[in-house]
Design a protein around this ligand. Structure first.
Ligand code: PLP
Length: 347
């Protein structure tokens, strides 16, 4: 047996207390409703197993993933019945898997409803479309007998523009409220993170925050209520002194205006630290903030260490990654910023 490789020179620190505080805050903002958690895409890149374990300890009882394989990764971490698969059963195999494990499918179409019932059925969720036109039954379909045959735990819809003050929010809320009258169900859910602060009418019995759990601030009403959770960090692998006029990195898009001390960091665009951070990103060292200079390359990024004299090879720098600020600076969405972070980060 070869020995285990040594630890990676880049890591994603997850602040579990901030995650827990964000969930408790969103749960409180959900009023009478209970907050669940969207943990699809590996909990937005943070590591679904650890996130789910922590949130379950806080009292979270509903977890949403997109794919069946993502549900499989969570078996043994929480009760299967607390996991729901948003994409629903697209094949008989999906149905058989749901029935064998106890994971709940979210039914999105009449075809999925019939497939689930034909496979033997059981408790499921139902997603209705109220104006986003992405996934879910149309309003005209909810009276169908295939819906009547379902045993619906949660009746869902999803807001297209919860992070904006637009009339579509009210329209979607009214359509969802109408469906609640006509479709038997035990609980109803409409709000994502931003939807929670649209008010009580949007709450139902369950909310489905995602991004705000992980430190994202999708709307001003949530600013101040959310703590940063994910802190990427990478090690300095080399330090050098350069003269004024020397170029740095690919295509030398940075040219030293004076003699400088610079450092090469073990993170690059292959890790999701994209080229938009070239000549723009910042990292935090024990001597203060240091700027990214030159172009981000696949596995490495260069920073100016002139004002960080004690930082040397092997030291770690935290990549500035406050989500609302990083989004404003990079032009990427807060969702992209998190889900981009690659598998080379030790989590
Ligand atoms: C991803 C997702 C959420 C979470 O949305 P955020 O904006 O991240 O809070 C909620 N509901 C559904 C159906 C989703 O797909």
């Amino acid at each position: 047996m070869p020995p285990d490789p040594p630890p990676a020179a880049l890591r994603l620190e997850i602040d579990g207390d901030a995650l827990a505080a964000n969930w408790r805050g969103l749960d409180a903002l959900s009023g009478e409703a209970r907050a669940g958690a969207a943990v699809k895409a590996n909990a937005y890149g943070l590591g679904a197993r650890r996130v789910v374990e922590r949130l379950a300890n806080e009292g979270c009882r509903d977890f949403f993933v997109a794919h069946w394989g993502e549900a499989g990764d969570l078996l043994g971490v929480v009760e299967p019945a607390s996991i729901a698969v948003l994409h629903g059963p697209m094949t008989d195999r999906d149905c058989a898997y749901a029935r064998a494990t106890g994971v709940r499918p979210v039914i999105n179409s009449l075809a999925q409803a019939r497939r689930w019932t034909a496979a033997g059925g059981g408790a499921c969720d139902l997603m209705i479309d109220t104006g986003m036109n992405r996934l879910g039954l149309a309003a005209s379909e909810i009276g169908d007998e295939a819906v009547g045959a379902l045993d619906i735990e949660v009746l869902h819809s999803h807001l297209a523009s919860a992070d904006e003050d637009v009339p579509l929010n009210d329209l979607q809320q009214r359509r969802w409220a109408q469906a609640r009258v006509h479709v038997p169900h035990r609980r109803a859910a409409l709000a994502n993170s931003a939807g929670i602060v649209l008010g009580e009418r949007f709450h139902g019995e369950l909310t489905r925050p995602g991004i705000a759990l992980y430190g994202g601030v999708p709307c001003v009403a949530l600013s101040g209520a959310i703590r940063q959770v994910a802190r990427p960090a990478a090690a300095v692998i080399q330090v050098r002194e350069i003269e004024a006029g020397e170029g740095v990195g690919y295509n030398t898009v940075f040219v030293a205006p004076r003699a400088m001390r610079i450092g090469t960091i073990a993170v690059g665009y292959a890790d999701g630290y994209l080229r938009c951070w070239s000549n723009r990103g910042e990292m935090r060292s024990r001597d203060g903030t240091v700027p990214v200079i030159g172009r981000v390359s696949m596995d490495m990024t260069i920073v100016d260490l002139s004002d960080a004299p004690t930082v040397g090879e092997g030291d770690w720098l935290e990549i500035a990654y406050n989500l609302p600020r990083a989004a404003a600076s990079s032009g990427l969405s807060q969702y992209e910023l998190l889900t981009l972070l690659g598998s080379r980060f030790a989590r």
